[in-house]
Design a protein around this ligand. Structure first.
Ligand SMILES: [Zn+2]
Length: 744
């Protein structure tokens, strides 16, 4: 099928007659569709008031694009592409106005970045009409946030220079302007530092191809010329080339040099920088030794010479801090400086490095752990462990970039893990990324401007290849581009879903290995407690498929009914649903129970508190009728941290009971385990309970995959109160997640 035919059929299937201007990603702030179109059968003549290098950069970029253009140097009143810098026209640092009429196209902006983004919109308009014409339109546009970033971990696995450039092309397409380059970590050092050659002839290589093999083995390095050597690094010439490539696309590359943690490779190459003075003993640099600071200052001096970025990322995350407590140098440093604990020791280092970076006219960014022990005075905080670090930093008047794992970690699964290549864990759908608002409600209006923007993070422990990396990045980064660019009142998931469905084939045509959107069936519900009924919708990300279903749990076939309107459940329904492309089944079958059950909407008392981090709707979650999805962060799962689940449901009157079910989940990576067992009890008075069953399971805590388990009891009993007691596994930091307790 030709690309255009496919796009057309996708938009027809979406049921929306669209014009190209309403398809732009990220969605512009204001679009007015006009009558007519500009033919581009003949090349457009570029007319501009830009001069010098600015003109050469932009005109050169446009000439390299698929849009047919010429640059005669003469003015034109027809068939023109006019690029006008107008600093006083009120378009801000990155905004633009784009007007297309039958005579020509004009972009007006206050900066070359604004002109560049106006051109990106124009390019998407031309693409939508197969480069034959451009629909007439007036667009006024500017980004919501000044920082719109992608992070790439090149340490765990190395990628080619060409791959990095290819990702920069995509960032430019989606009007993203920061590339956070994670160049150093335990799995390999990736940037040439002339003064320290062992970083790249030793610490950049390991005798294992994949991170996983290396991590599970001895985590050693090897010489570059070792026949087993896997790895690589960017020479300073490579870096200059990539930085220049990014600059031409209005992207700033922010290098990250990790300290004091995640530094196994440095400690191995230069053991005297570690507390143990030995290889393979410490993951943290020694903060007691002056040699460590001399090393870091040398490295940062070379790094700052290569990267013009105002920000230098200094890591600061996940230091083990264990070596420092027994190191005479670190202990002496703490005594001399009056530091009361290892948090303050880390803070001492970050302060000192910040002073050094500031003295070169730059500022630091660090992961949110740099708040521990006292934040350095000018630091910008990257909030990854939820939003709390970002909120605290903003309240302390520090700039913040939001990258919370729940919304921005593109190493999580994007569809049902059982059908996906191995990922690090977690579950982050496109819709969830799209739903993110980087400005937390906890901030006062006067504090909101400290949120500079948002970034997607691509940690590559489980992405050994470039193809797999693209599969994880796209399309989720596209959703994040709109989070960063488009005002929240303009955002609409259904409309984005339509646009991203059309974008995927284009991306694939351009050679990106984008995930082709999920055919997993989701079941958004609405529970009516008064009518005692549940309305269930069936959806999936991918358009152009039919969802067929059965209500008796049997496997849907090509002759099963096609889902059209929401289903109404009043008792118990065994729903099975599956996507079909014509008569061909695609993807996995969803099997789920939907219960309009006896405990629905009944009050629940908890014997031990749930976690404030995963409160869902509080205790009422367990009888609200809403079933959890594949990730515990979807607001349907109630979380218990280090506590047992002890729930008592009051049915309101003594009731016949013949079925009790409780679903729980296990995800070893994030410390989520099934309870040891579930003890069920009933009572008439809420005081005297009788045991009815102890439900056990034989699922090992060591299982690596995500597991869902139903604890089910069938029998006959009576009672007003039902108690479920489910003790947590004996592991510190363990979680239990439960979505519903069904009583029939
Ligand atoms: Zn030390």
């Amino acid at each position: 099928m030709k690309l255009t035919t496919l796009l057309l059929s996708l938009s027809l299937l979406a049921g929306t007659a669209t014009v190209a201007a309403q398809d732009i990603i990220p969605l512009p702030q204001k679009v007015e569709v006009q009558k007519g179109k500009l033919s581009i059968g003949k090349p457009l003549n570029i007319v501009t008031n830009l001069t010098g290098a600015d003109k050469d950069d932009l005109v050169g970029f446009i000439q390299d694009s698929p849009l047919p253009v010429t640059c005669t140097g003469k003015n034109s009143s027809r068939n023109y592409l006019r690029l006008t810098i107008a600093p006083d026209a009120g378009h801000g640092d990155e905004g633009y106005a784009l007007t297309v009429t039958s005579r020509g196209a004009e972009v007006v902006a206050g900066t070359t970045a604004g002109l560049f983004y106006g051109f990106q919109s124009l390019l998407q308009l031309a693409e939508a009409n197969d480069f034959k014409s451009i629909d007439a339109v007036s667009i006024e546009d500017a980004p919501r946030f000044q920082y719109r970033g992608l992070h790439l971990d090149d340490s765990r696995h190395f990628t080619s220079k060409e791959f990095v450039k290819k990702q920069l092309d995509a960032l430019a397409r989606y009007k993203m302007n920061r590339f956070h380059w994670h160049l150093t970590d335990g799995a390999g050092w990736r940037i040439e530092i002339k003064k320290y050659p062992r970083l790249t002839n030793f610490a950049a290589w390991r005798p294992y191809d994949t991170w996983k093999e290396w991590w599970r083995a001895d985590r050693h390095y090897c010489d570059q010329d070792d026949p087993r050597a896997y790895g690589g690094y960017y020479t300073q010439e490579d870096v200059k080339e990539i930085v220049e490539y990014a600059r031409q696309r209005h992207i700033t590359i922010i290098p990250e040099i990790e300290m004091p943690g995640h530094s196994e490779e440095v400690c191995a190459a230069y053991p005297l920088l570690s507390c143990a003075n030995d290889m393979y003993k410490n993951s943290d640099l020694c903060i007691g030794k002056e040699a460590t600071f001399a090393f870091l200052e040398d490295v940062l001096t070379e790094v700052m010479a290569l990267f013009p970025s105002h920000y230098i990322h200094i890591g600061g995350d996940e230091a083990a801090k264990s070596g420092w407590a027994n190191c005479p140098d670190c202990q002496k440093r703490m005594k001399d400086e009056g530091l009361k604990d290892v948090d303050e020791l880390q803070s001492y280092m970050i302060h000192r490095i910040e002073q050094f970076v500031n003295s070169h006219g730059r500022d630091i960014i660090g992961w949110d752990e740099i708040l521990q022990g006292g934040l350095a005075p000018n630091a910008t905080v990257m909030s990854w462990r939820g939003e709390e670090g970002g909120i605290n930093a903003a309240k302390a008047k520090h700039d913040v970039i939001m990258t919370p794992g729940e919304f921005c970690y593109l190493d999580s699964y994007q569809a049902d893990p059982s059908g996906e290549p191995e990922a690090i864990g977690g579950y982050l759908t496109l819709e969830k990324v799209y739903s993110y608002d980087p400005v937390p409600a906890e901030l006062d209006p006067s504090e909101r401007h400290y949120i500079l923007g948002v970034q997607g993070n691509v940690w590559r422990e489980y992405m050994p290849t470039e193809e797999h990396t693209e599969y994880m990045i796209y399309p989720r980064i596209i959703a994040l581009s709109e989070v960063g660019w488009t005002e929240p009142q303009r955002k609409d998931w259904q409309d984005f879903r339509r646009r991203v469905n059309a974008e995927i084939p284009r991306l694939r045509e351009m050679g990106y290995n984008a995930f082709a959107l999920s055919t997993d069936i989701e079941t958004p519900m609405r529970v009516d407690y008064a009518k005692r009924e549940i309305k269930v919708a069936l959806t999936c990300e991918r358009l152009g498929v039919d969802i067929r279903y059965t209500l008796d749990g049997s496997e849907p076939s090509a002759s099963s009914p096609v889902y059209k309107d929401s289903l109404t459940v009043t008792g118990t329904t065994l729903l099975a649903a599956k996507a079909f492309a014509g008569s061909e089944p695609v993807g996995k079958t969803l099997h789920t129970r939907i219960d309009c059950h006896k405990a629905l909407g009944k009050p629940v008392t908890l014997g031990e508190p749930h976690s404030a981090n995963y409160p869902a709707s509080g205790a009422a979650t367990l009888t609200d009728g809403y079933r959890g999805g594949k990730g515990y962060g979807d607001g349907r799962w109630l979380g218990f941290l280090n506590n047992n689940l002890d729930a008592m449901i009051d049915l309101g009157a003594v009731t016949d009971i013949n079925y009790i079910e409780m679903k729980s989940m296990q995800a070893k990576g994030p410390y989520v385990w099934l309870p040891q067992y579930v003890q069920l009890q009933v009572s008439d008075d809420g005081v005297n309970f009788k045991d009815i069953a102890k439900l056990t399971h034989d699922i090992s805590t060591e299982r690596e995959e995500v597991i869902f388990h139903d604890f089910v009891w069938n029998g006959q009993t009576r009672g007003r109160y039902v108690r479920c007691y489910a003790p947590i596994v004996d592991i510190d930091g363990a979680w239990i997640f439960v979505d519903e307790i069904v009583v029939q």
